[in-house]
Design a protein around this ligand. Structure first.
Ligand code: NDP
Length: 439
């Protein structure tokens, strides 16, 4: 029952999951007998707190902080922190809910959680970001722990922010705990974590497309966003011989027929925090479309013809009309790097069209999976090589693809990876909940 209009993203995510696990619930009445749905949609704990900090002018600023500890049936709560002006209770709740199934799908021992703040890092100085992170952790530290809740990064939270958060945590508790993932490699971070979500999405795409006798090599790809996930999706695509031809940021879209020059994007976005428009200064043959010139009913990037599309920016960035344009233009596969980038109507179009469609909770799980590998290294005081972690990531992505594909087939929905991923994830969590009694 939808009781709060302010939770639209959360309801959207719940509806999608409930719809697709219907065949499982029908054939296994015990999930209803144990009130699994009623328990699953209620977070185990939600924390909201004030985050006061001083800006560079000595003025007091106040933001809202959130941490949702959604479900711990399979392990400690695990999920990122998002710092973005759009963050609210519904967004954190939808992300936390999705995280439960994503984490379950990895086959690893991690529960679901998520957090963040409506703090807008844009235009803030390094000192302001540090003071904000320190204030955020001054409340968060009492709720987290290496076997309780282990946050990671997400939009607006990269290695720099994780560093400030970790420094403050350590200062308060006086312990060098593996309490955050995405740490710097000098102080407990795992190799491959930075690349993991993007690389993982491409590994997933490769397994999914190979099953359809489609080779990624030489194919033209659209990759939205130009942040962490988008950059490492493009990097792995290029390594496998594919050609990313477009990427974007919140201000506009770059289309470069000869292939995006990733070094330029990294220079603008990783080394600096520049607008993508500046790409044109080095590549005058590329095309730039500012957001004001986008079609009314969608994003420019999805209107270009390509073989594969990787939405890697944010939620609800692919509209119904965008999905229709992708299908009409001959796209063969859509692989979500972001969380819930397709609206419900767009997902329906993709499923009806029968092009290959990988939902984010399956295809972007490489990040959280590698975070769990970071936790394992921290707990055993080991450090694995890049190759070792990358190999494990490939194995996990292959497992996620196969588990999703097989669950879809088992319930008569061959090729429907949305149904497959939801059922495979749900079943693991639900069975663990039943075995742990009414808690
Ligand atoms: P970043 O903050 O590194 O990058 C986000 C990118 O998306 C930025 O380039 C931003 O542009 C762009 N963007 C935001 N809104 C739009 C829009 N409407 N149209 C086009 N571009 C837009 O975040 P991440 O790359 O880490 O995360 C991206 C997505 O992937 C999120 O949904 C996140 O939850 C998900 N995800 C991330 C994981 C990770 O390991 N990082 C793991 C699993 C999922 P601008 O610079 O203008 O703000």
């Amino acid at each position: 029952k939808q009781t709060s209009p302010a939770q639209s993203e959360f309801y959207q995510a719940v509806e999608e999951v409930l719809e697709s696990i219907e065949p499982l619930l029908e054939s296994n009445p015990r999930y209803r007998e144990h009130a699994i749905i009623e328990r699953l949609v209620e977070p185990e704990r939600q924390i909201m707190f004030r985050v006061p900090w001083l800006d560079d002018n000595g003025k007091i600023q106040v933001n809202k902080g959130y941490r949702i500890e959604f479900n711990s049936a399979l392990g400690p709560y695990k999920g990122g922190l998002r710092f973005h002006k759009s963050v609210n209770g519904s967004i954190v709740k939808f992300l936390g809910f999705e995280q439960i199934f994503k984490n379950a799908l990895t086959g690893l021992s991690i529960g679901g959680g998520k957090g963040g703040s409506n703090f807008d890092p844009k235009g803030k100085s390094q000192q302001e970001i540090m003071r904000f992170c320190q204030s955020f952790m001054t409340e968060l530290y009492r709720h987290i722990g290496p076997t309780t809740d282990v946050p990671a990064g997400d939009i607006g939270v990269g290695t720099r922010e994780i560093g400030y958060l970790f420094g403050q945590y350590k200062r308060i508790v006086n312990r060098f705990d593996g309490v955050l993932t995405g740490k710097g490699s000098l102080w407990g971070g795992s190799e491959v974590r930075t690349q993991a979500t993007g690389y993982g999405a491409v590994y997933f795409a490769k397994y999914m497309m190979e099953d359809r006798d489609f080779e990624i090599k030489g194919k033209r790809c659209l990759v939205s966003g130009s942040g962490n996930v988008a950059i490492y999706t493009m990097e792995k695509l290029i390594e496998l011989g594919a050609i990313p031809v477009a990427c974007s940021d919140s201000s506009g879209t770059i289309y470069h027929k000869d292939g995006i020059d990733l070094d330029t994007v990294k220079e603008l976005k990783e080394a600096g925090s520049e607008r993508l428009e500046k790409y044109l200064e080095k590549h005058s043959k590329a095309e730039y479309t500012p957001r004001d010139d986008y079609p009314d009913n969608g994003e420019k990037i999805w209107r270009y013809a390509a073989d594969l599309a990787f939405p890697c920016a944010t939620q609800n960035e692919v509209s119904k009309e965008d999905a229709e344009a992708l299908v009409e233009n001959g796209c063969k596969g859509v692989v979500e790097g972001a969380n819930m980038p397709c609206t419900a109507a767009a997902a329906d179009i993709l499923l009806e069209s029968r092009i290959a469609y990988a939902p984010g909770k399956a295809s972007n799980a490489g990040g959280v999976a590698t975070s769990q590998l970071e936790m394992a290294q921290n707990a055993s005081m080991q450090r694995w090589t890049f190759e070792e972690v990358d190999e494990k990531l490939k194995t996990i992505m292959c497992h996620i693809y196969q588990a999703s594909r097989d669950a879809a087939e088992e319930f008569g929905e061959k090729n429907n990876l949305v149904v497959g991923a939801n059922i495979a994830g749900f079943r693991r969590v639900a069975d663990a909940m039943i075995q742990q009694g009414v808690v």
